[in-house]
Design a protein around this ligand. Structure first.
Ligand code: NAP
Length: 454
């Protein structure tokens, strides 16, 4: 894939970029390795001060940074500005908590003294997606840098300007040259970096095939990986739920970021007694969304990030319809420049078809009718993914059953699945492994060293 900024709302190519040459890449790897040797010895106080400065830059420049995101990948501007703010919050969280999370832990044993000591691993490669072009990177970079690692970013090829801007923010915040470098490279250059002995570990947020590839190459090298992959999150609604609130949240949970979020609610599983009421209100909520220019503050749904994503989505909807699904609203590409697709709702989906449980990356919702909670949980779990899950109920017994029975990295009761710097984030099954954020995230790329003194 060419490295280029192409405005998805217009199709206009804004700028194209050359991939790094072998010599340039080698210089960056060398700098990362050298920088790590000094950066690892900096104090938490020093890192923290720089991280707080990065938070300030993100906040002060959120309007311009938001515009950059919107122009490169099409997310509505309000969400883009909120993304810059959220990046500031993760910088602040780790600036304030990293030292506590990585403090030595005394463990009583038969030794005179024994404890756990945390040390950085080295340069970590981060392969990142375009959908939250700042957030995905900062939720890796903030803990990695606070732990004393250095970062190498291979961002998605359609968001090069975001990738460059992120490196600039880190440098302007005062981090040393080489602490965080953007590598403008295609995915074909990733293998050589993973096999380079100077690179200690890798994290990938993206699709399942990309995750398999990176994990298998890193596995051959016995290098640690964290994988944050796709999802087909269920959103379950039971009769005791506050229906209006559930519907309002359902619309938002499906369409946030133009429907291109790993933790978007994708399968809506509704108990039969409230199914018709839910479906009617949900369809009307989806129809009411404003589609249009993502730079307009009143826009709810902008374009999909690339023509390929638009075509894939359209093909998925067609497959569902061909196998008997009913179209309740939408189902069309918009007849205008840019990668626009109507908010769409399908029901009566054949549960034996692949499309019923694959990831749908766009504003397309599938509704399923179930008789009871057991059927709801069983359908929710009938996917190879296990990222997030939301369940709406006001019955304490049902709540407990959902928390225990849903196969997912997180369960949200009466709320929308979302990430929060204070809580761990990640998936199970084909949604990946490892965790980001909170104490768990910063412990992924450290040597958990046991110290025993007799
Ligand atoms: P993608 O095609 O897998 O791309 C993600 C990144 O991986 C890009 O930088 C891409 O580079 C690179 N890449 C692709 N194939 C690769 C390979 N074989 N080896 C090494 N690198 C490779 O995914 P996407 O379309 O950008 O993002 C959408 C996917 O990400 C969805 O499945 C979504 O659910 C998932 N996602 C997951 C999370 C989470 O936290 N679990 C968050 C956001 C998104 P190029 O751009 O150069 O191809």
């Amino acid at each position: 894939m060419a490295i280029a900024s192409i405005n998805p709302a217009t199709g206009e190519t804004i700028q194209t970029f050359h991939s790094l040459t072998q010599t340039q890449l080698e210089a960056k790897l060398k700098l990362a390795a050298e920088s790590f040797q000094s950066y690892r010895h900096t104090s938490f106080a020093d890192r923290s001060q720089k991280m707080l400065r990065a938070a300030e830059i993100l906040e002060n420049e959120k309007a311009a940074l938001g515009k950059l995101m919107t122009i490169e990948m099409g997310k509505p501007i309000k969400g883009a500005i909120a993304e810059a703010e959220k990046c500031a919050s993760v910088c602040r969280y780790y600036a304030e908590n990293a030292q506590k999370h990585l403090a030595d832990q005394i463990v009583e044993t038969n030794a005179k003294k024994s404890y756990v000591h945390f040390q950085p691993l080295g340069p970590v490669l981060a392969v990142m997606p375009w959908n939250f072009p700042f957030w995905q990177v900062f939720r890796f970079a903030a803990p990695a840098l606070m732990a004393g690692n250095v970062g190498l970013l291979k961002h998605a090829s359609n968001v090069p300007q975001c990738a460059i801007a992120i490196e600039e923010i880190v440098l302007r915040a005062g981090f040393p040259q080489g602490a965080f470098q953007t590598l403008l490279i295609g995915s074909d250059a990733v293998e050589a970096i993973l096999t380079d002995s100077r690179v200690a570990a890798a994290t990938l947020t993206g699709s399942e095939p990309a995750g398999r590839s990176v994990a298998s190459i890193a596995g051959q090298q016995i290098k640690k990986t964290v994988l944050e992959l796709g999802g087909s999150d269920p959103f379950i609604v039971m009769p005791s739920a506050v229906l209006d609130k559930a519907v309002e949240t359902a619309v938002k949970a499906r369409t946030i970021n133009n429907g291109q979020s790993c933790i978007a609610a994708k399968r809506f599983i509704v108990q039969t007694h409230i199914y018709e009421r839910f479906a009617e209100a949900f369809v009307s909520g989806m129809r009411a969304l404003r589609i249009g220019d993502p730079l307009d503050e009143t826009t709810d749904i902008g374009p999909l990030a690339t023509p390929q994503i638009l075509n894939d989505l359209s093909e998925q909807v067609q497959r569902a319809i061909d196998s008997g699904a009913r179209l309740l609203t939408g189902g069309r590409k918009l007849d205008r420049p840019g990668n626009f697709y109507e908010p769409t709702v399908l029901d009566k989906i054949d549960r034996s078809t692949p499309v019923s449980c694959e990831e749908i990356f766009g504003p397309v919702a599938m509704l399923f009718r179930v008789e009871n909670i057991d059927e709801a949980i069983s359908l929710a779990n009938a996917t190879t993914f296990g990222l997030g899950a939301a369940a709406w109920t006001n019955d304490p017994a049902e709540e407990a059953k959902f928390i225990e029975g849903l196969e997912a990295g997180c369960v949200f009761i009466n709320g929308m699945v979302a990430s929060d710097p204070r809580l761990p984030f990640g998936g199970i099954k084909h949604s990946g492994y490892g965790r980001e954020l909170a104490e768990f995230g910063i412990r992924e790329f450290v040597n958990i060293k046991t110290v025993w003194i007799g």
